[in-house]
Design a protein around this ligand. Sequence first.
Ligand SMILES: C[S@@+](CC[C@H](N)C(=O)[O-])C[C@H]1O[C@@H](n2cnc3c(N)ncnc32)[C@H](O)[C@@H]1O
Length: 264
Amino acid sequence: MADIDLRTDQPHSARMYDYLLGGKDHYVVDGEAAEKALTPFPMLRTAARENRKFLGRAVRHLVREAGIRQFLDLGSGLPTAENVHQVAQSVAPDARVVYVDNDPIVLVHGSALLAKDDRTAVIQGDIRDPRSVLDHDKTRELIDFDQPVGVLAVAVLHFVGDAEDPDGIVRTLREAVPAGSHVILSHATADIAPEEAMGVQRAYRSQGVPLTLRTKERFAEFFDGMELIDPGIQVVSDWRATVPESERPRHADVSWYGGIGRLG
Ligand SMILES: C[S@@+](CC[C@H](N)C(=O)[O-])C[C@H]1O[C@@H](n2cnc3c(N)ncnc32)[C@H](O)[C@@H]1O
């Protein structure tokens, strides 16, 4: 791994997200870039944390209620609290997880921290080339495509532009897994706080990080061909929330949708 170029001279979404979550695996450029997005949207840290909590609740739900034992986590991000394998294996110790991210730093840090056992692997891959992720040796080793799979693309499709065919990506993933599989998605939006959220989009784009916010209707299209699990598409902080509404942040401060689709 010695010759991996981490591009510490330009911000990357994985490390900016790590900064927002209060992690340590980012560089000065990432912190500066995230601060520029915090100016128009000061609650972005809350939004990131709520997205992360949604991810945990969604995975727990799939393990407990849907009996899912294997996960493909695309755009997994840097190791943080409650990583997918920790959540899944706390309920089902035999659960298997393949983490996929296109940022080489995730491979470097993730290999040490996420792939500690033979049920977990981290691979460098690009969601825009889903076939190569599905065909990767490690994916084939850990995921049995004859059994239901939990596919995650959480907070990553908004880094895929319309010209890069995000619908085709989700379709390819969906078609690769059998009935009973579930797809967990989340996505940032400008529906609720348009000015603030578009400020984030501008801040990311102006620093070379492509971000495309989408409406609820547009987000819902990613679930075409799937049955939405109750309660459907929600602001992530509301999706099967475990705290009362009075303790949840305002929707405007989250501005992130999430949901789970089930393949029949
Ligand atoms: C906001 S983080 C989300 C991390 C995690 N899924 C979560 O929701 O907590 C987005 C992640 O997607 C990754 N990413 C962005 N574009 C990607 C691509 N084309 N292929 C794979 N990963 C990508 C980034 O490197 C980053 O780690």
